[in-house]
Design a protein around this ligand. Structure first.
Ligand SMILES: Cc1ncc(COP(=O)(O)O)c(C=O)c1O
Length: 461
């Protein structure tokens, strides 16, 4: 057998866009080519991507948040290599996994109030598991979620998605769901009043838009849920494991959480994984008899590589004090980006927590710019942000994303190991690009006019 994956990759390296165009998703290839993001990356390390042309790109997207400890981290790599080399008895199924036991123990030691863990393979699977656990525990059907919520794209999670663009064309979705405005406790109470709600699913900070909750929102939501016999499920798939400068974004001393959902960061960026941590009684209601021991699960859940990656990630977060770095660096970055607001009329807000940061843009007041903005928005709502993300990438080698459909928000979700040099790089680049956007006419507005010919609606994660 002469199979050698790296030889195969090297021989066909130049064909990736053609292969995707032919066999996977031609629309994605179109998007990348249209906005000039069609690069040939050859290597990645920490917060950086390196390409064929020798450029170093600062990655503020981190694979939608999976590379929180940085790309190709040596500790995770070694853990995975060790597990592979040991020829462990993986996925015996009629057995229990020691690595899963260790990872559950380690996770729960950081999650006060939670006593059990269920492992799966992604964030959306964690949501699906939580839906089933909540329904089995409460014997109720109804699920509440927020406008702009994002909990994944499988059918259950999609039924809790607050963005019509994701839902469109896939119905009918789950019945017995209710959408309420974000940050609105009276609306939550009204939805709970019928006594038929199994759970309220909520992100502690909404990923689509980086919307922050009012101070007491989650604590009060928990009290309301419990008063009405419903569970509070906090979806920390994006915010959890250090992203916001603390282990969870939810303040678990104040918020009585029933189920916590994790994924992304836990993978080390190597092996897909998801986790639901929660109170024992909730799990016991689902796994309540021997013949129901496997009533929910997934063939690959708890696989050795995922569990080893999870253990390695938790060790790295601690050893490298990455959560402290996220808090400190995030605060500094937020302060410096906020300072730009006084100089640029179209930068209307900079918000976030830790290393989950949003820059929000809004219509200009000055006449020449106002007409240009209106033209752009008439063609495609939210397109203005591409005028920022494109030059950030092509001129400043910074990869970012627009935070959601039809939004004027650019989101930064960098690795938590971001350095002072990276911070300076980001501030300098945003300053220059936003300054350019405030001049009309110029090359950036020309680019936007070209883009209006295409329907650019690329955003996920
Ligand atoms: C808050 C939140 N929940 C769930 C998911 C879905 O996770 P996955 O893409 O791993 O299915 C995401 C993904 O971005 C997310 O941000």
């Amino acid at each position: 057998m002469s199979f050698a994956i790296l030889d195969e990759l090297a021989a066909r390296a130049g064909e990736k866009f053609a292969l995707h165009d032919r066999y996977l998703n031609p629309q994605m290839v179109r998007v990348l080519k249209t906005i000039g993001f069609d690069r040939h990356y050859t290597r990645a390390e920490g917060a950086y991507l390196f390409d064929q042309a020798g450029r170093r790109t600062l990655d503020l997207l981190s694979g939608f948040g999976v590379f929180a400890i940085g790309r190709n981290h040596p500790t995770v790599k070694r853990a995975l290599a060790d597990v592979l080399a040991a020829d462990l008895p993986n996925l015996v199924q009629m057995d229990v996994s020691p690595l899963a036991g260790l990872l559950a123990e380690r996770l729960l030691s950081q999650l006060p109030g939670q006593e059990r863990v269920f492992f799966c393979n992604s964030g959306t699977e964690a949501v699906e598991a939580a839906i089933k656990l909540a329904r089995a525990a409460t014997r109720r059907a109804k699920l509440i979620f927020c406008e702009h919520a994002f909990h994944g794209l499988t059918m259950g999670a999609l039924s809790l998605n607050g963005d019509p663009t994701f839902r469109e064309g896939f119905g009918p979705l789950l019945p017995d769901t209710a959408r309420i405005p974000w940050n609105d406790l009276p609306a939550l109470e009204a939805a709970l009043r019928g006594g038929d709600v199994a759970a309220f699913f909520v992100e502690p900070i909404q990923g689509k838009g980086v919307n922050l909750p009012a101070d007491d929102y989650l604590a009060e939501a928990a009290r309301l849920c419990h008063r009405h016999g419903a569970l509070l499920v906090v979806d920390e798939v994006q915010t959890g494991l250090g992203r916001t400068g603390r282990f969870l974004a939810t303040d678990t001393e104040k918020v009585d959480v029933d189920l916590v959902l994790l994924a992304k960061t836990l993978s080390g960026g190597y092996v897909p994984v998801g986790a639901v941590a929660g109170k024992r009684w909730i799990f016991d209601k689902t796994f309540d008899r021997m013949d129901r021991a496997v009533v929910h699960g997934s063939t690959f859940g708890k696989n050795d590589l995922a569990m080893a990656a999870g253990l390695a990630v938790l060790a790295v977060l601690e050893e490298e004090r990455l959560i402290e770095n996220a808090a400190r660096r995030g605060e500094s970055l937020l302060r410096r980006l906020r300072a730009l607001m006084s100089r640029y009329e179209m930068l209307v807000d900079v918000r976030g927590r830790g290393l989950m940061i949003a820059l929000e843009f809004g219509p200009p007041r000055s006449l020449a710019l106002r007409a240009a903005w209106a033209l752009l928005e008439k063609a495609t709502k939210g397109l203005f942000c591409q005028m920022v993300t494109i030059p950030l990438f092509t001129r400043h080698q910074i990869l970012t994303q627009v935070a959601g459909h039809e939004m004027y928000v650019i989101k930064l979700l960098p690795p938590l190991c971001l350095s002072q040099e990276d911070e300076d790089w980001i501030v300098r680049a945003f300053d220059e690009v936003i300054a350019d956007c405030h001049k009309f006419p110029n090359a950036i507005w020309d680019l936007a006019t070209t883009l209006t010919g295409n329907t650019l609606r690329s955003s996920a994660g």
